[in-house]
Design a protein around this ligand. Structure first.
Ligand SMILES: C[S@@+](CC[C@H](N)C(=O)[O-])C[C@H]1O[C@@H](n2cnc3c(N)ncnc32)[C@H](O)[C@@H]1O
Length: 265
């Protein structure tokens, strides 16, 4: 179901992270909100995010994301849904409409601060190309990573988070992931890349780098959805699912988080 364009470039995440948000100026332009809707169950949407969705004239986002929040909107709200092929056109229309005075909210899965800045950067670019004075404010959401940490009992202060869910070369990210598990003995939470760096591939790589084959590895699938499943392995058992680059080469969907736990005495 992935609608994320992993081959797009140049990376708009750098643009989104270029500077902190400005102070809130009550007299200034109405901001555009980039709302994290949570992992796909409305019980995990914050009241602030819900208000930004209810109050918007126009909402933009991937179809698979907008579908989760559609029931919160009424017939006066315009939903600009897209996939990655028509993402640029949807964002352009969104930018034009908020510059013309409509209130706008962009929606993203989970929390935009977790592997979501590509989308935030594209929203900000589309809006500020039309009107540089309109600020874009992130409304954080509950990330799939936070739910995964809760299920796997891996507190964030003892855990390395690595996303492989991005385009291009992943060598530095793979090194960081290996060093965390082997040298630093930290828990790992990783977002795989469908379908060439799936959980089995990451397990195999960690073993090659000297990780303990008996470490617990959890593949946390469709978190908070009715179909949520937690697959429990040792690193050695999970590595048997390594290999391939296609959907058919892995038993897991693209909606998974991998947790590797250090033993805690
Ligand atoms: C581009 S990342 C965005 C992550 C998102 N910003 C977040 O905070 O959850 C998309 C990836 O997040 C993971 N993901 C998102 N929702 C999930 C869920 N409900 N259960 C498991 N993994 C999820 C999957 O690995 C998916 O491919």
């Amino acid at each position: 179901m992935s609608d994320y364009d992993l081959d797009a470039g140049p990376d708009p995440a750098t643009f989104a992270a270029a500077e902190p948000e400005s102070d809130i100026d009550e007299a200034g332009d109405e901001p555009v909100y980039a709302v994290g809707i949570g992992p796909g169950n409305l019980e995990y949407l914050t009241p602030r995010g819900e208000r930004a969705i209810r109050e918007a004239d126009v909402i933009v986002g991937f179809t698979t994301v907008v579908e989760f929040v559609e029931e919160l909107t009424d017939e006066d709200t315009d939903l600009l849904t897209c996939g990655y092929k028509d993402e640029a056109a949807a964002l352009e229309e969104f930018g034009e409409r908020v510059a013309a005075g409509e209130s706008g909210t962009a929606v993203a899965m989970g929390d935009p601060n977790h592997s979501g800045y590509q989308f935030v950067g594209k929203v900000q670019d589309a809006v500020q190309r039309e009107d540089p004075q309109i600020p874009v404010r992130i409304v954080p959401g509950i990330s799939s990573l936070q739910v995964a940490a809760s299920r796997a009992r891996t507190p964030m202060e003892d855990t390395e988070f690595v996303t492989l869910h991005k385009s291009g070369d992943l060598e530095a990210d793979m090194e960081r992931l290996a060093a965390a598990v082997t040298d630093d003995e930290r828990h790992l939470l990783a977002l795989p890349r469908p379908y060439d760096r799936m959980p089995g591939d990451i397990a195999e790589f960690l073993l090659e780098r000297g990780a303990d084959p008996d470490l617990e590895a959890l593949v946390l699938e469709k978190l908070t959805h009715d179909e949520e499943r937690i697959h429990r392995f040792t690193l050695a058992d999970l590595s048997e699912h390594a290999g391939g680059t296609g959907r058919e080469d892995t038993p897991f969907s693209d909606l998974v988080v991998l947790a590797v736990r250090q033993s805690v005495s």
